[in-house]
Ligand binder design. Sequence first.
Ligand SMILES: Cc1cc2nc3c(=O)[nH]c(=O)nc-3n(C[C@H](O)[C@H](O)[C@H](O)COP(=O)(O)OP(=O)(O)OC[C@H]3O[C@@H](n4cnc5c(N)ncnc54)[C@H](O)[C@@H]3O)c2cc1C
Length: 380
Amino acid sequence: MKTFDVAIAGGGLIGATIAFELARAGLQVALFDRQQPGEGASWAAAGILSPAPENTGMISTVPLGRASLQLYPEFVASVEEISGQSAGYRARGTLEALFSNDAQEKLSTIIALHHGLGLKAEAVSADDAREMEPALSPEVEAGVFRPDEASVDSRALTKAVLTAAERSGVKTFAGSDVQSIAKDGGRCGGFLVDGEKIQSRWTVIAAGCCSPEIEGAARYAPVRPAKGQMIALRAEDFSIERVLWSDHVYLVPRNDGRILAGATVEYVGFDKKVTAGAVQKIITAALQLAAALADAQIEETWAGLRPDSPDHLPIIGPTDLEGLVIATGHFRSGILLAPISAQLIREWITTQNVSLDWGRFSPLRFGPMQFGEVARATNS
Ligand SMILES: Cc1cc2nc3c(=O)[nH]c(=O)nc-3n(C[C@H](O)[C@H](O)[C@H](O)COP(=O)(O)OP(=O)(O)OC[C@H]3O[C@@H](n4cnc5c(N)ncnc54)[C@H](O)[C@@H]3O)c2cc1C
């Protein structure tokens, strides 16, 4: 029987970062993925590192996001040093473009909201915004610059973390389907992989949107797939320096000159088709933001499945089954939140104490509630 200190189900960025962190803390770690690790949502992501909440429901993730953003420079440096691979990290800030007639009013609200949450945000005039990013449309009325925000090449980062984890001692098992949690008396003693028992003192479920398929995990990780479609463009005669946003689209520059445009959020099960309607929507919004993209070549289109929880917040922490820990539900922020998620889980596994209050993200918060019931409870 294979025996480890920690067995992790899922080799996306979340599972891989946890594996890397725990191996560096001196633990014997094994990472199991049912396909090739790093080909799930983490492969599909835009890689924006922004702790700003998209709506009021996400405000509780801000401390987590801020802490993770702060960890990023050191995280990337150690991953790049150990793996010998670049993660495509760009710490150039992000710029949100406002178009409407009430742009000035909107600008004050956004700036006040950010400052209230301890996030840096600066008002930028339309002229200054276009000076920072000449590709911006002449119709832009104002901008919000968030100097601390950044982006990373999520495909490159995930690959680099997987390499760094292996070089730090993690044993990786590709094509290994985790079927169920294995109970040993009253505790979790590992899991079953293709019929074989993997024995571990700690078991981590980080299988993204497929986590509930692992028998025994669904009640702690009731996530579902939220499909996102993306487009990669290449422009001959211009580039953008930093992430650009509007209400309808974001544009993310990569170090290889590509500009990613995205993304949809669709609840259509496990379907990963790229659709004409979504491509049209993304391209229309991208050209409104930067009209010069009209001549850009479409190099690639793809879709990925984000792990989304009933309240859209991450699910990280211990369960009521001793030894079983969950790390999923990172929805639209799993690339940003990987370093802090890994740090908190390492702290829990090695000391049973964590440096940041993670109660709000407990896997025990759902009880018997399912998606519809949470939605009803929230609306009433
Ligand atoms: C289009 C798009 C854009 C995004 N943009 C951003 C962004 O800009 N910034 C940001 O922070 N986040 C972004 N995200 C979200 C981010 O990608 C996810 O939150 C994050 O990648 C989740 O990582 P994960 O490791 O939990 O899941 P995944 O990367 O999906 O990894 C899960 C792994 O588990 C494996 N697995 C599944 N079931 C089993 C099983 N039974 N046994 C073994 N292995 C199993 C899978 O094969 C997979 O490799 C985006 C996502 C999408 C789709």
